[in-house]
Design a binder for this molecule. Structure first.
Ligand code: PMP
Length: 285
């Protein structure tokens, strides 16, 4: 039996959850989404994710047919219907059916889809050993094009950077912005550790204000680490003692090589490990 999918105002079988080929989410990537984790039967940071969803909607002038409390209830019903205690939710809102032209104003019935299932982004040994990453040539979307703060269905620049990584034989890539500063990884935020300081790029550099990023920044402060937001260059990555990535699906994962250069001693560093342990403690409580 397939999954139970939330489709607009009700649960349907996976085989019945279908959007139109005229949906502008499909035709133009015109829509928004969130990825959310379920730990121990609880949806982690649901309010924060839904608030970000509504901000993304506002930024692209997409009207979501339901309010935040209603969507909260839909998410919980979807999790329950699929009997999940640990898993991952993909919540998508598309612009809905329109014509073959671009005009979003003729789409007046946005579509809400909630999928709740399990996820394993990277195999467990990658968390132990760490990831190899590269600097992508594809830059992050210019902020005056589509702001990286909008979690839109338009991930083509991330997809191209991910392809660069895979074609180089690694799994993840760092994306820089139009000024040459580090923005983020293809679907994760990035942090470095140098001289006992933890540094992550500011949102103005093109970093999504990741929910995991915020959580990790709070944990870093709790652990009395010095936590700084500032622009980073390729030089900073190449000379970092530690690099780690954060994201809802990836959680916290160390990077041990960038552009063929070893980071630190080639193993996930002590601060990465400590923050990962703290994060797992937090989500499991
Ligand atoms: N950056 C991008 C481009 C993302 O798509 C994501 C989410 N996968 C993140 C960062 C991490 O955000 P969060 O911690 O909220 O999942």
């Amino acid at each position: 039996m397939g999954l139970k999918i939330w489709f607009n105002d009700k649960l349907v079988d996976e085989s019945e959850a279908k959007v139109s080929i005229f949906d502008h989410g499909l035709l133009y990537g015109d829509g928004i989404f969130e990825g959310i984790r379920i730990y121990n039967g609880k949806v982690f940071k649901l309010k924060e994710h839904l608030e970000r969803l509504f901000i993304s909607a506002q930024a692209i002038r997409l009207e979501i047919k339901y309010d935040l409390p209603a969507i909260t209830d839909f998410v919980l019903q979807t999790v329950a219907a699929n009997n999940l205690t640990d898993g991952y939710i993909r919540l998508v809102v598309t612009r809905g059916i329109g014509t073959l032209g671009l005009n979003p104003l003729v789409c007046n019935d946005s579509q809400l889809i909630i999928v709740a299932t399990t996820i394993q982004l990277y195999p467990p040994e990658m968390y132990e050993k760490g990831l190899k990453i590269i600097s992508a040539n594809t830059i992050r979307m210019h902020p005056q094009s589509v702001s990286p703060q909008i979690k839109s269905l338009n991930y083509m620049n991330n997809v191209l950077a991910k392809l660069e990584a895979l074609e180089s034989g690694v799994v993840e890539a760092v994306m820089y912005n139009h000024l040459g500063y580090v923005a983020e990884a293809t679907a994760d935020n990035i942090f470095i550790v140098t001289k006992n300081r933890i540094i992550t790029p500011p949102h103005a550099a093109g970093a999504l204000l990741g929910i995991t990023r915020n959580t990790v920044m709070d944990l870093a402060v709790e652990c009395d680490y010095q936590m700084i937001e500032k622009d980073l260059t390729r030089f900073d990555l190449h000379t970092a003692e530690e690099i780690f990535l954060t994201g809802t699906a990836a959680e916290i994962i160390g990077a041990i090589e960038i552009d063929g250069r070893k980071i630190g001693n080639g193993k996930p560093g002590p601060i990465t490990k400590k923050l990962r342990q703290k994060y797992l403690e937090l989500v499991n409580n």
